[in-house]
Design a protein around this ligand. Structure first.
Ligand SMILES: CC(C)(COP(=O)(O)OP(=O)(O)OC[C@H]1O[C@@H](n2cnc3c(N)ncnc32)[C@H](O)[C@@H]1OP(=O)(O)O)[C@@H](O)C(=O)NCCC(=O)NCCS
Length: 169
């Protein structure tokens, strides 16, 4: 299975007022993704960075779609048995409704299905919301990159989640 596929309409949540559907990102989602990205980060990814990920078989680029509006997204990729969460954000009006957790769970499931056994990510030291979310899924701190981020300059914590292999059958 290509990562991000096979999730249309099948994973829904009752928590927001309209159902939240996780699905693979499409080219027409990039405007909404960029709007969230630019509001969320001081050093946002470019349009081409997102466009280039669409359709890449080693990338899970998943959006949270509520009534046709993209309210969040996650990007994960893998090489051999290692994966990385490269990006995650939820529209500020849609936070604390479980969307970030569902996106993270969706990305974990996608990389796990591709025989990844370790999933890494970097997070700003001061990002309490994201750190709490990652801790809730079992990510543990394995390193620190000094002054990794710009705007503002800050250390990154490196977190890792060890994934259990999916039992055969
Ligand atoms: C981090 C982020 C994606 C979380 O998205 P979200 O949809 O609001 O998160 P959820 O509602 O799924 O929260 C899941 C858990 O994360 C933790 N959490 C989320 N926001 C939190 C906050 N503001 N303070 C403390 N814990 C928080 C809680 O443990 C929460 O569980 P709970 O609601 O049962 O307490 C969102 O805050 C965001 O987009 N931030 C800006 C971009 C960013 O920092 N991305 C991560 C880069 S590494």
């Amino acid at each position: 299975m290509r990562m991000g596929e096979g999730m249309d309409a099948s994973i829904t949540s009752e928590r927001p007022s309209a159902p939240c559907v996780l699905r693979a990102a499409r080219a027409e989602d990039v405007d909404a993704v960029l709007e969230i990205e630019r509001a969320a980060f001081g050093d946002p990814w470019s349009r081409s960075a997102f466009v280039d990920l669409i359709g890449d078989p080693r990338v899970a680029f998943i959006v949270a779609d509520i009534a046709g509006d993209v309210r969040g997204y996650i990007v994960a990729w893998y090489v051999l048995d290692e994966g990385e969460i490269g990006n995650l954000a939820v529209h500020d009006s849609a936070r604390r409704q479980g969307i970030g957790a569902r996106l993270l769970d969706g990305a974990i499931a996608a990389v796990r299905a591709s025989d990844v056994d370790s999933l890494y990510l970097e997070v700003r030291d001061s990002n309490a919301a994201a750190r709490a979310l990652y801790a809730s899924r079992g990510f543990a701190e394995v390193g620190r990159r000094r002054e990794y981020y710009r705007r503002p300059k800050e250390d990154a914590l490196v977190l890792r989640l060890d994934l259990e292999p999916i039992p055969p059958g």
